[in-house]
Design a protein around this ligand. Structure first.
Ligand code: PFF
Length: 448
């Protein structure tokens, strides 16, 4: 590990930043609509399977690589396997991080518009139908979604340019505890709604008839996306861990809290969906149409609505800064670029690609790649192709190529983690994870 690499200052910082990266739109926005479209509880069970059997071991693998080398995603593989092709995974990660940052910032931009609307009011519209048309008109318009995407990326710049401790860590330390408190309050409120039981049944009672290989691929993509896996984000963050950070425990806490937030978001949204007679498979717009309608019926509507969208935006922000950090660490480590310059470059590219994604709902909706809009294409390629490939290569690398002594030392060092657990993780990395990923991947893409 390089001697003078910056480190996260505290243990809380380690948890807040990694959970901050994991918890985001993937949990609060994407999980509910994916589960809604793919059999509710069945999707949840498959998602949990992937998180615990494949996800946690791969999180550990990324932590081992990152902490051991104290390096960015490209540099880490160059140090561990000089001159070998493994380093390609670094480039896959860099590409995936820029694609995700671009489409993710559009949705995060929508949350800014909704913070604004929460404060100024939704023009007296309260019905789900009215809010639906309002959302449609907004998302397909030209300049507002574009403007908010750029504003959101500007906020990223503001935090990232302040550095790892003063920017990323400090902001995560404040936001993450707040996010949990507010989510629980919202959850209690939802559970008191008339059709909460139906919502819970939908979320927890599996309907396996909707499960197809494509659904399995989506669930795996969701698990990887939600854990920020397969693109080197966790390699980058763990390069800032201290020697005494417990890697396995951190991976466990991160995966558990990440899952908890997705389940809480599911409870909040499905209780409301059934109470208001909406379609659970309504798709990506679920959060922006249903929640404002619920808030409008609550006392203190303005405060609740504003608070929710502020939190959604901040959850997004703590995720996007982790995506950007992949490229920033790469540019500063590998090319000796100053942090500010590297941040400008990363955010500049994201602004360019993000603009295409923002306009893909309106002016550029005819621009398609493989039959998908730019937004959908970026999402599909990154979540369903690049992240699984990245995850598979990382697990094979740590399971088979990296010296066992390094893995044992990093996972076991000073943490009281038994050898049995370390061995189980290695077995998952050697056999279970690569096999699962390969099978689901090939079936899901229709290659089998
Ligand atoms: N895990 C984030 C979410 O669930 O919203 C998304 C994400 C963050 C993906 C960071 C990739 C990443 F590197």
């Amino acid at each position: 590990m390089s001697e003078n690499r910056v480190q996260f200052a505290t243990r809380l910082g380690v948890i807040a930043t990694t959970v901050g990266s994991a918890v985001g739109l993937g949990n609060i926005w994407r999980f509910p609509f994916e589960a809604g479209a793919h059999g509710g509880g069945a999707f949840l069970i498959i998602d949990l399977f992937f998180i615990f059997i494949v996800g946690i071991p791969v999180v550990c693998a990324e932590f081992v690589i990152g902490r051991h080398t104290g390096s960015n995603v490209r540099g880490a593989f160059r140090r561990l396997a000089p001159g070998k092709a493994w380093g390609v995974v670094g480039y896959i990660g860099l590409l995936a991080s820029v694609l995700i940052l671009s489409f993710y910032s559009v949705v995060a931009g929508w949350t800014l518009e909704y913070i604004y609307r929460s404060v100024v009011g939704f023009g007296g519209v309260e019905s789900v139908e009215g809010l639906h048309s309002q959302f449609d008109a907004f998302a397909t318009s030209d300049w507002r979604p574009l403007m908010w995407t750029l504003v959101f990326l500007g906020l990223n710049y503001f935090i990232l340019s302040r550095g790892v401790q003063k920017g990323i860590e400090r902001m995560s330390n404040i936001m993450m505890p707040l996010l949990f408190v507010i989510l629980i309050v919202f959850c209690v409120n939802s559970l008191m709604m008339p059709a909460a039981a139906e919502g819970l049944e939908f979320l927890f009672k599996p309907d396996f008839s909707k499960v197809t290989p494509t659904v399995m691929l989506s669930a795996m993509g969701q698990a990887f996306f939600s854990l920020s896996l397969g693109l080197g984000c966790l390699i980058t963050y763990s390069s800032y861990f201290k020697r005494d950070t417990h890697l396995v425990r951190t991976a466990g806490v991160m995966a558990s809290l990440d899952t908890l937030v997705a389940v809480l978001a599911g409870i909040i949204i499905f209780s409301a969906v059934f109470t208001f007679g909406m379609e659970p498979a309504a798709g990506p717009k679920l959060v922006f149409e249903i929640l404002p309608s619920i808030f409008s019926r609550m006392p203190g509507a303005v405060i609740w609505s504003t608070l929710f969208f502020v939190l959604l935006m901040l959850a997004s922000l703590s995720s996007t800064i982790s995506m950007s950090e992949i490229s920033i660490a790469y540019l500063t480590d590998e090319f000796g670029m100053g942090r500010r310059k590297a941040t400008i470059l990363n955010i500049g590219v994201a602004m360019l690609l993000g603009s295409l994604c923002a306009l893909s709902f309106g002016a550029l909706s005819d621009w398609t790649i493989c039959g998908m809009t730019v937004f959908n294409f970026f999402d599909y390629v990154s979540s369903n192709i690049l992240l699984p490939i990245g995850g598979m290569v990382i697990s094979i690398f740590v399971g088979w190529v990296l010296k066992r002594g390094i893995v044992n030392e990093e996972l076991g060092a000073g943490s009281g983690i038994s050898r049995v657990i370390v061995s189980l993780i290695v077995v998952c990395l050697r056999y279970v994870a690569p096999l699962c990923i390969a099978l689901v991947f090939l079936f899901g893409l229709g290659i089998f």
